[in-house]
Design a protein around this ligand. Structure first.
Ligand code: IPE
Ligand code: IPE
Ligand code: MG
Length: 224
């Protein structure tokens, strides 16, 4: 049975779910947040140590302003209403990506990170304004600037995921088989699961099924 430390998720399909059932993409984003809560709960149940959630990509700025505004509002309210809850559950929140948001959201994110920084049950890495290519480029630039040797170990040290083991599992919901600029370096040996269900429809049983399958996979890492 494979050990499981880190699950990364591309939470895709909110917009389509919203249009289909509520005639509004934003309603899908709202419903998607419920799935996030369910999956956090199940991650604790499964004793997973790291959960990395792709919430907003560097390319998602191309969306209509109203949708972006709605998404960040949703996140603000989530932080205001739920951070104490997360803290009580001994959850650590870490943001990966660029923190270039409104003053209010930046403050909330910083506060949430600070409040939860010594928690050690589950670490949630929330990927916000995250792009893997930018992350890799920044890491390489730092190495060059500091005149450090460019090797795998040093690059890892300069990634936003430093000190976090690579994902064992990558899940993408929403019936699309692509990576959309997510953790390209870190998923070199992750087991990838493409899930047909849209993110708001994804549930703990779907999650459990994936974990069960993962545990039985023969992971080679190049060996036999
Ligand atoms: C993913 O759902 C959530 C974000 C990118 C914020 P989408 O909004 O991409 O949903 P679809 O893919 O359009 O259905
Ligand atoms: C990936 O979904 C990003 C997040 C889930 C945050 P997208 O919906 O942005 O991906 P593409 O554009 O369809 O590849
Ligand atoms: Mg999408």
């Amino acid at each position: 049975m494979n050990p499981l430390k880190h699950v990364a998720i591309i939470m895709d399909g909110n917009g389509r779910w919203g249009i289909k059932y509520k005639n509004s993409r934003n309603a899908g984003h709202k419903a998607g947040l419920n799935t996030v809560e369910k999956i956090i709960k199940e991650s604790i149940e499964q004793k997973i140590q790291y959960l990395t959630l792709y919430a907003f990509s560097t390319e998602n700025w191309r969306r209509p302003k109203e949708e972006i505004k709605f998404l960040f509002n949703l996140l603000e309210n989530f932080l205001i209403n739920k951070i104490n809850d997360l803290h009580k559950q001994n959850i650590k929140l870490k943001i990966i990506g660029g923190k270039k948001f409104s003053k209010k959201l930046n403050n909330l994110l910083n506060k949430a990170e600070k409040k939860t920084c010594t928690n050690n049950k589950l670490q949630i890495n929330l990927a916000l304004n995250y792009g893997s290519k930018t992350e890799i480029l920044n890491a390489v630039k730092k190495l060059i600037k500091n005149k450090e040797t460019i090797n795998e170990k040093n690059l890892n040290k300069n990634m936003q995921t430093k000190n976090i083991p690579d994902p064992d599992i990558l899940i993408r919901t929403g019936n699309t088989k692509r990576l959309s600029n997510f953790l390209l370096w870190q998923i070199a040996y992750s087991e990838i699961f493409f899930e047909k269900k849209l993110w708001p429809a994804f549930n703990k049983n779907d999650f459990r099924k994936i974990i069960k399958k993962y545990k039985k996979i023969k992971r080679n890492f190049g060996s036999i």
